[in-house]
Ligand binder design. Structure first.
Ligand SMILES: [Zn+2]
Length: 426
């Protein structure tokens, strides 16, 4: 036997309307049935215990398509990583994953961080209450490239694994990652905006094509860190599946993205924090800090412009906060990205879809994640306010009333489940 929820407002992740006063049945970790409350007898579900959630809004568990769980947003990140003892990165990732779940994100896609693989598997076995994870393992880049530098995530900290300088080397590294059991491949087409302002291209079309050729053959997708027109074009020519960041997109490239079905993850949250809170000093002079601020402001302008082109061309935009990738942005603050997507022109409902059904599709899980619908995994959250009226309510912990993973209560907020229904039975 499962249980029923009587919900005041239901956002299903796909439709544009907020459904009012619904009954949802959950059984064996999946949604079994749903229908308007009071419209006839729900048949076999009629005897199931009912959670009275009429004062809440229900939505699919949120999904963040771009995080780095192994990384904390701290000034001395490089020092932390260089002094890591074995397992330290995985423990950081565990703590960060717990914080992420508490804010209603039940699935994340980790875009580089080797310590995440074991955590993904432990979470999958139910050993920890954490979001389900897709992991890229380490990111692939050229020698001295985006992820082979002091402040960055993996190559330098892992005996230069992930570094590849020819199509053949990329093939070998991609195969090595697939052997480790990664869920998708991450390539670094360009540098960040801290270098030349338009993020100059690093990996070649041929190198990235080698990654897509090997990955696509076994049904895995390829994400490309790409900001700057040349790197985005090279990534698209290499048939990558998603453009991460995508600043300095052009109308032509947006058309190409739409035509190829590539997704855009604007990672707008990081830039928002850059312009509102700045950067960690890390030995920079006042002049250097001011220059970084100007670069971030210009990249943010380019990002909003890219979003406009993408929306005009019909490119699918997905939520990816880049949590762990930038200063002053901490795991658990993932919903900042949705606020920024609304700032960039999406409706609140479109931003919610970008963080549920759209990003589930991007992760090749569109048939069982990201929606409240019969047959889908029962990952969902209950909020005390309606995010379609104000998306920023998702950033306030007090509004997250309950987070459920495969039908089980994983985080309980205040006042949830008053009355006879006992969440301990779920
Ligand atoms: Zn990132």
């Amino acid at each position: 036997m499962g249980y029923m929820i009587r919900i005041g407002r239901l956002i299903d992740g796909l439709s544009d309307v907020v459904l009012q006063d619904y009954l949802v049945a959950v059984e064996d970790g999946r949604f079994a049935w749903m229908g308007p409350a009071g419209e006839g007898n729900p048949g076999e579900y009629g005897d199931w215990p009912v959670l009275d959630a009429r004062e809440y809004t229900m939505m699919p568990g949120l999904i963040d398509g771009h995080v780095h769980l192994c990384n904390d947003s701290v000034p001395d990140r490089a020092a932390v990583m260089l002094s890591d003892v074995p397992g330290a990165a995985t423990l950081r990732a565990l703590r960060n994953a717990e914080r992420t779940l508490e804010m209603g994100f039940t699935t994340v896609r980790d875009c580089a961080g080797i310590g995440v693989l074991s955590l993904r598997d432990a979470g999958g076995r139910g050993e920890f209450a954490i979001p389900r994870i897709q992991s890229a393992g380490y990111g692939i880049c050229n020698t001295g490239g985006h992820m082979d530098r002091d402040r960055f995530f993996n190559a330098r900290f892992l005996d230069n694994r992930g570094v590849a300088d020819s199509p053949d080397e990329v093939r070998r590294v991609t195969r090595e990652l697939l052997k480790l059991g990664v869920d998708f491949i991450k390539v670094n087409a360009t540098r960040g905006f801290g270098g030349k302002i338009r993020g100059h291209q690093e990996m070649t079309t041929e190198e990235m094509s080698a990654a897509t050729e090997v990955a696509h053959r076994v049904g895995k997708r390829v994400a490309s860190h790409a900001m700057g027109t040349d790197g985005i074009r090279a990534s698209l020519d290499a048939r990558i599946d998603s453009i991460e960041h995508g600043f300095w997109l052009t109308p032509d490239l947006a058309d190409q993205m739409a035509e190829q079905g590539s997704y855009l993850l604007p990672t707008a949250a990081t830039l928002y924090r850059n312009v509102t809170r700045g950067f960690y000093r890390n030995g920079m002079t006042d002049e250097e800090l001011a220059r970084m601020h100007d670069l971030a402001a210009s990249a943010r302008e380019a990002m909003f412009q890219s979003m406009e082109y993408a929306i005009d061309s019909g490119v699918k935009i997905a939520v990816g906060s880049d949590m762990g990738g930038g200063p002053f942005l901490h795991h658990g603050e993932n919903a900042t990205e949705m606020e920024q997507l609304v700032e960039g022109g999406l409706s609140a409902m479109a931003a919610l879809k970008a963080g549920t059904s759209v990003v589930a599709d991007l992760m090749d899980r569109g048939d069982d994640l990201g929606r409240v619908a019969p047959g889908y995994l029962a990952d969902f959250l209950l909020t005390s306010k309606d995010p379609t009226e104000d998306i920023s309510i998702l950033s306030e912990p007090g509004n997250i009333a309950g987070v459920f993973l495969e039908g089980r209560l994983a985080k309980r907020g205040r006042n949830l489940c008053r009355g006879p229904w006992n969440p301990e039975h779920v």
